[in-house]
Design a binder for this molecule. Structure first.
Ligand code: FES
Ligand code: FES
Length: 164
């Protein structure tokens, strides 16, 4: 039996795309396999690791827990779009400077989760940074440097400068 499909129009990184998608296809698989946006990763595929983090209507979501069909009519931003727009530039520079990535598998999800913190909790203390990232696993266990990098960006913003 062929799997049922539904029509979905999703604005991905500013461009509207319309496709018929398998009713049970997850958003992360749609982005990676249908659109070739492979910057967001799949890890656990059941909502635990955060590797698939993307933004939908300005909120971070697990791409493996949302169906592509549920994104119909919504705005989705991926690591590719957020990198190209320059929105993540400060965090990317800080991650680089602090050596906050090793294999890089977790990094796209970490950056999107970190940017969410930077936007919503600009005065977050170190423990709050840790708490905010608690749903993003780094299998290389680079947590210290990741938190250092985010702390740098928050501190630089509080000082009113662009650079950490
Ligand atoms: S792949 Fe989605 S949370 Fe792990
Ligand atoms: S840098 Fe390897 S998983 Fe985080």
């Amino acid at each position: 039996m062929t799997e049922p499909t539904v029509s979905a129009t999703i604005t991905v990184n500013g461009s509207a795309v319309t496709r018929r998608v398998p009713a049970r296809q997850h958003l992360i698989d749609f982005l990676r396999e249908e659109l070739g946006l492979t910057g967001s990763h799949t890890g656990c595929e059941h909502g635990a690791c955060g590797a698939c983090t993307v933004r939908v209507e300005g909120r971070i979501v697990r791409g493996c827990l949302m169906l592509a069909a549920q994104a119909d009519g919504r705005r989705v931003e991926t690591i590719e779009g957020l990198s190209d727009s320059g929105e993540l530039a400060e965090l990317q520079e800080a991650f680089h400077r602090r050596n906050a990535l090793q294999c890089g598998y977790c990094t796209p999800g970490m950056l999107i989760a970190a940017q969410d913190l930077v936007m919503r909790h600009p005065h977050a203390a170190r423990e709050e940074i840790r708490e905010h990232l608690s749903g993003n696993y780094c299998r290389c266990t680079g947590y210290q440097a990741i938190v250092d990098a985010i702390e740098d960006v928050l501190a630089a913003r509080r000082r009113g400068g662009k650079k950490a």
